[in-house]
Design a protein around this ligand. Structure first.
Ligand SMILES: C[S@@+](CC[C@H](N)C(=O)[O-])C[C@H]1O[C@@H](n2cnc3c(N)ncnc32)[C@H](O)[C@@H]1O
Length: 228
């Protein structure tokens, strides 16, 4: 069974991509003018370290969502790995969560543990998951993922890292003791600029095999498999 292409999942995704295009267009136009280089990352990380909640509160109306081809890839990864527990760092309005929860439902069940620091976004994500008919497969936790993901309830088959840039490595290390062998970790915006996350997952002594992938090119997508 595959429910991405029909019914409530397809209708909800189509609506959300249209809403996201409108909500995020001015921001994307601003980003398009910025060079994503070491200086950009250094500035972003300094801003997050100074006021993480404030930075993301500034994006409260923005979706910042994955593209449809990346969403389909998330769905494929979950299905290929027969995931039953998936953890998402950075749920926003729930676009990526819909792809992941649809994969769980289409395989017979499971749980997506999402995390979102901005309460209004978590509320909208829950409503969007409900509109897609997927509410029962998702537990969206409100607050800083460093706290809300401390206990995810059992072994983890797949992780999507798509929250604050500066926290990818701390969140991975938080989840690492619970990763199953063969767990897939996908990181969006993992750019190769003095990035401690990439240094970590690309060093095989840490237990991962990792490489960038050409899905949604230009968005810094890293694909890692936990091989311990
Ligand atoms: C790029 S967006 C996520 C997009 C989402 N995965 C999708 O495709 O629809 C990043 C989100 O991470 C959230 N975030 C940032 N830092 C966080 C933290 N420490 N804990 C939980 N959520 C966080 C932001 O508020 C923002 O909504």
């Amino acid at each position: 069974m595959e429910t991405l292409s029909t019914g409530r999942v397809a209708d909800t995704l189509a609506r959300l991509f249209a809403e996201a295009e409108l909500a995020d267009r001015p921001l994307m136009e601003r980003f398009a003018e910025v060079e994503i280089d070491d200086a950009f990352f250094a500035q972003q990380i300094a801003l997050e370290q100074n006021d993480l909640r404030g930075v993301y509160h500034g994006y409260a109306e923005n979706f910042l969502n994955v593209a449809p081809e990346y969403g389909r890839f998330l769905y494929q990864c979950a299905r290929a790995g027969r995931a039953t527990r998936i953890v998402e760092f950075g749920t926003s309005m729930g676009v990526s969560a819909i792809y992941l929860a649809a994969a769980l439902r289409d395989m017979g069940g499971g749980q997506l543990v999402g995390s979102e620091i901005e309460p209004a976004k978590a509320e909208r994500a829950r409503a969007n998951l409900a509109s897609a008919g997927l509410a029962e497969f998702v537990d969206i936790r409100v607050g800083d993922a460093r706290e809300t993901l401390l206990d995810v309830g059992g072994p983890i088959d797949m992780v999507l890292l798509d929250g604050a840039f500066s926290l990818y490595l701390p969140i991975l290390k938080l989840l690492e003791p619970h990763l199953t062998s063969g767990a897939v970790i996908l990181a969006e915006n993992a750019f190769d600029h003095g990035n401690d996350y990439l240094d970590y997952v690309r060093d095989p002594t840490h237990g991962y095999l990792s490489q960038p992938i050409p899905v949604s090119e230009g968005r810094g997508n890293e694909y890692s498999v936990f091989v311990r």
